[in-house]
Design a protein around this ligand. Structure first.
Ligand SMILES: *[C@@H]1O[C@H](CO)[C@@H](O)[C@H](O)[C@H]1NC(C)=O
Length: 191
């Protein structure tokens, strides 16, 4: 009985440890050409992603996104790169967020996009991007994007320096996670 308890405790400890180890801060380096899964036949299709076909159709004042992260495109495993496609309707806003594992390159295909990020000294770096402009948001910096044009949509491509950049959405991270009210009040200086 005691032995059973001990082995159960060990199993729980191991699973906690494995989970902790899996919270990477950046992509691990690959020691093979690529990481294949058990698809057959293993050919060009494995290295092809067709999920962006058909475009995006967000509602008024909204944003919509399609991702080609490693979970969508297994060939990216270990390569430290990924893509996302985003469309902003007029007035569309992408909430304050950051990506814990990857820097983000923003390439504006169509429209005018306002972007800003804040560094660890609380300094804001913002820009209004035209079509064909590229902006980089360094890894882990809090940022936002706005399409303030009342008539035209914005189409952008995001390229990440991670196969799984992750996204910490600040409003829900801070307000929906169960952080004690007192801590939030003190943090935001609201009485
Ligand atoms: C950056 O933000 C400041 C402060 O809100 C604003 O005055 C300025 O016009 C913005 N610059 C660009 C290029 O959007």
């Amino acid at each position: 009985m005691a032995l059973l308890h001990r082995s159960m405790l060990l199993a729980v400890l191991m699973s906690v440890l494995i989970r902790a180890i899996k919270v990477y801060g950046s992509d691990p380096e690959l020691v093979t050409d690529f990481v294949s899964t058990d698809v057959t036949p293993m050919d060009g299709n494995f290295f092809t992603f067709t999920g962006f076909r058909g475009g995006l159709f967000p509602g008024p004042g909204e944003v919509d996104m399609k991702t080609a992260y490693v979970s969508d495109f297994p060939a990216l495993q270990g390569l430290g790169i990924s893509y996302a496609l985003m469309c902003f309707q007029p007035g569309g806003i992408l909430n304050l967020h950051f990506h814990p594992r990857g820097s983000k390159l923003i390439y504006v295909i169509e429209g005018t996009l306002t972007v800003g990020f804040v560094d660890s000294t609380d300094k804001l770096f913002n820009q209004t991007l035209q079509a064909d402009d590229v902006f980089v948001v360094p890894k882990s910096m809090v940022h936002f994007m706005v399409n303030s044009d009342p008539h035209k949509k914005v189409n952008v491509i995001f390229a990440f320096s991670s196969a799984n950049p992750g996204k910490v959405n600040l409003p829900s991270n801070l307000l929906r996670s169960g952080i004690p009210q007192l801590v939030l009040q003190k943090s935001f200086n609201v009485v």
